[in-house]
Design a protein around this ligand. Structure first.
Ligand code: DSN
Length: 411
């Protein structure tokens, strides 16, 4: 067998370059992380060669003896880790998993209700540019403009007015704890299903630093990367036997063909890793780091949406008159700090420009960075923003960042 570099030098070189970039940059994108070598070995395994349409021990193809075992393992580990009765591990990623969950709970054209994009909701929570806003009648709730926390008066009012079939909670850019039970109360008041999307916070839930919606929401969806630190994939969970059957049928044959068995194997590995004591410590440290980073950004007069964070992520709002998120993202990137521009609750700019940035600590925490490094990074970020037009200063800061990253190897 020839190795990659013998078969395709170009791709091999690009992989090397990307490895170097990941080593040299400080990654503060809250939805990214570094998988372990074990996860990547499973991901690059021969399971990628197999077709296995169906579910364990009920397949449409022969040769699935070991696929059945590995998928059963992933399912059992997911059930145990999240304390749930049913798990489907075949969703290819977060958006397809949410689509499957919606179609299992509602019909096309029904009303769904989720957080608006600028308030921190995900595209699949009803944005008009996503399937969720095209296939369903989507109603959006927002955060309170003053506190920037979920406005439950508005949630309840909208639910009463629009009688949604599904209420979606769990967010992509909301830095505070999600009060699942308050959403449950609203859902019950209008007879709606409650769907919790824990893609961002699954690892925090496992570590016990965020409450779990299992047993509160009817259906829970998650991706397996982000804070959970697995491969890119998804899990859909429920305790309701009837919904479980609908979810399985909606994923396959409803929306997908053969599952990616190599991903399933890697999910099984990640779930094993996430069940260890060291993963719990990791989750606790993610939040400690986020709080310190947030406090140093604040000390440097950067305004944080809602004043801070309880989780792994935070949003900096530069306001209408400040720099754009795009501009800041580019200045930080030039110095080796990777973040993403992000809309903020009172956004006046386009989503490709924005007035804010989103930052998170899952990846830097995996590298072993702690409070001291967060203080340094917080100060460096403020320095970069303040000197974003000073090329010489930016170069000097880039040098400091390179020095810092060499001390914290990527797994
Ligand atoms: N794209 C992910 C994020 O960055 O939050 C959500 O799917």
């Amino acid at each position: 067998m020839k190795s990659l570099k013998d078969v395709d030098k170009k791709v091999a070189e690009l992989i090397k370059k990307e490895e170097k970039r990941q080593r040299q940059d400080i990654n503060l994108i809250p939805s990214e992380n570094y998988t372990s070598r074990a996860v990547r070995e499973a991901l690059g395994s021969v399971f990628t060669n197999k077709y296995s349409e169906g579910y364990p021990f009920k397949r449409y193809y022969a040769g699935n003896k070991f696929v059945d075992e590995v998928e059963s393992l992933a399912i059992e580990r997911a059930k145990k880790l999240f304390g749930v009765g049913f798990a489907n591990v075949q969703g290819l990623s977060g958006s397809p998993a949410n689509m499957a969950a919606y179609l299992a709970l509602a019909e096309v054209g029904d009303t769904i209700m989720g957080m608006s994009l600028v308030s921190g909701g995900h595209l699949t929570h009803g944005s008009p540019v996503s399937f969720s806003g095209k296939l369903f009648n989507a109603v959006s709730y927002t955060v309170d403009p003053k506190t920037e926390l979920i406005d439950f008066n508005e949630v309840a009012k909208l639910a009463k007015k629009h009688r949604p079939k599904i209420i979606v909670c769990g967010f992509t850019a909301y830095p505070r704890i999600v009060p699942w039970k308050k959403f449950r109360e609203v859902a019950d008041s209008v007879g709606a299903y409650l769907l919790a999307d824990i893609a961002h916070i699954a690892g925090l839930i496992v570590a016990g630093v965020h409450t779990s919606p299992v047993g509160v929401a009817d259906v829970v969806t998650t991706t397996t990367h982000k804070t959970l630190r697995g491969p890119r994939g998804a899990i859909i969970m429920t305790n309701n036997e009837e919904l479980a059957q609908k979810i399985d049928k909606t994923v396959f044959p409803g929306l997908q063909g053969g599952p990616h068995d190599n991903t399933t194997a890697a999910i099984a590995v990640a779930l094993k890793e996430a069940s260890t004591a060291s993963f719990k410590k990791y989750g606790v440290q993610i939040v400690k780091n986020a709080k310190v980073l947030a406090s140093f950004l604040s000390k440097n007069n950067l305004r944080l949406v809602s004043g801070g964070t309880d989780t792994h992520l935070m949003l900096v709002d530069f306001g209408e008159k400040g720099p754009t998120g795009k501009e800041v993202q580019e200045a930080l990137n030039r110095c080796g700090i990777v973040v993403n521009k992000n809309t903020v609750p009172r956004e006046t700019r386009k989503p490709f420009v924005t007035s804010g940035i989103r930052l998170g600590t899952p990846a830097v925490t995996t590298r072993g960075m702690k409070e001291k490094e967060m203080e340094k990074i917080g100060n460096l970020i403020a320095d970069i923003i303040g000197n974003r037009a000073q090329e010489k200063k930016l170069k000097e800061i880039a040098g400091q960042i390179k020095l810092l990253t060499t001390r914290f190897p990527v797994p």
